[in-house]
Design a protein around this ligand. Structure first.
Ligand SMILES: [Zn+2]
Ligand SMILES: [Zn+2]
Length: 319
């Protein structure tokens, strides 16, 4: 609808998955303007606001996202904290027709070249939620890959400085020494540089942590790890096709001092947000010592939200 204006509050409209590509404006920390002022001359606005952040994001409204044919979600690592015989620490690959997205870089990250190799030139984006080691430890394998398409790493504020320290000598090869270009985008400030719509909101975790809502190929994926139950997880997940949620605790377990989700909490977010499907991942290595415990959490979550699956390493699902 070129030339027209449409204002959408991201809290209340579930059809956000149909939004178009190519953001062209991003005004961070800007209070929500009134409808007439905000939308003047712009086809579409998406507004998110909460206690921690406010942002305004717009995309040209002329081309609605078409639903692409193939999208695969591949769980490369599904543990929280450390590796065990149950799996590697967390890493998830989202393969669409046009892009490869990697969600966090735990030890499962080393498996990426099973799927992405020299012949694949789809643009590659890595979204880091926070800098606990189980989400970044796999970055020391960056120098085993040859990504001719380059790599864009997206993460919370401070990512450039932290990555310059961690992906560097003496820990591993420096980013500047990698055989491909790497760009680092700090979110939400750089949301406008992404070629598809993404929302990033703060989650409930002891260190700065972002949850993501990614619109790609006509689908919406919400990724929330690590976090305790919070309103922002529900906001990010509203009517999503898929919520990938952490499930560090087992049923009935919780801690205000160290917020994480149990299966009931993850299912509650899925139900309140009205998602189509929930996949649990990031199972605490110390608490989930056998596969049956994941089954048990899947069953507990299904009582609240029936379309729930518990991930395992190497699980692939079609979306
Ligand atoms: Zn974690
Ligand atoms: Zn964490």
């Amino acid at each position: 609808m070129p030339g027209s204006s449409l204002f959408i509050s991201s809290f209340s409209f579930p059809f956000i998955s149909t939004l178009s590509l190519q953001p062209f404006a991003c005004i961070n920390q800007t209070p929500v303007l009134n409808r007439q002022t905000a939308a003047t001359g712009v086809d579409l606005f998406v507004v998110g606001q909460n206690d921690h952040s406010a942002f305004l994001h717009a995309w040209p409204g002329s081309a609605f996202q078409e639903r692409g044919k193939n999208m695969k979600i591949i769980f490369l690592g599904t543990n929280g904290w450390y590796d065990t015989g149950m799996g590697n620490t967390i890493c998830t690959l989202v393969r669409s027709e046009a892009f490869d997205l990697v969600l966090d870089a735990g030890n499962g990250f080393y498996k990426l070249d099973r799927f992405i190799n020299d012949t694949n030139t789809r643009p590659l984006y890595l979204f880091l939620t926070h800098f606990h080691l189980d989400h970044i430890i796999g970055l020391h394998t960056l120098n085993k890959f040859s990504f001719p398409q380059g790599l864009v790493i997206c993460g919370p504020e401070g990512s450039k400085e932290l990555l310059a320290q961690f992906v560097n000598r003496p820990f591993t090869a420096a980013i500047s020494a990698l055989p491909y270009p790497v760009e680092i985008l700090e979110l939400p400030d750089c949301l406008s540089k992404l070629p598809f719509p993404v929302e990033a909101l703060t989650l409930n975790h002891p260190v700065p942590t972002l949850g993501y809502r990614i619109s790609l190929d006509g689908r919406v994926i919400s990724y929330c790890s690590d976090t305790g139950y919070c309103e922002n997880a529900v906001i990010l997940s509203r009517s999503a096709d898929l919520l990938i949620s952490e499930c560090a605790y087992r049923a009935g377990q919780s801690s205000d001092a160290w917020p994480h989700l149990n299966p009931e909490g993850a299912a509650r977010i899925a139900a309140e947000a009205g998602v189509k499907r929930l996949v649990l991942t990031h199972f605490d290595a110390r608490l989930y010592t056998v596969s049956a415990f994941r089954d048990e959490s899947e069953a507990v979550a299904r009582k609240i939200f029936p379309q729930t699956s518990a991930a395992r390493d190497d699980l692939e699902i079609d979306l």
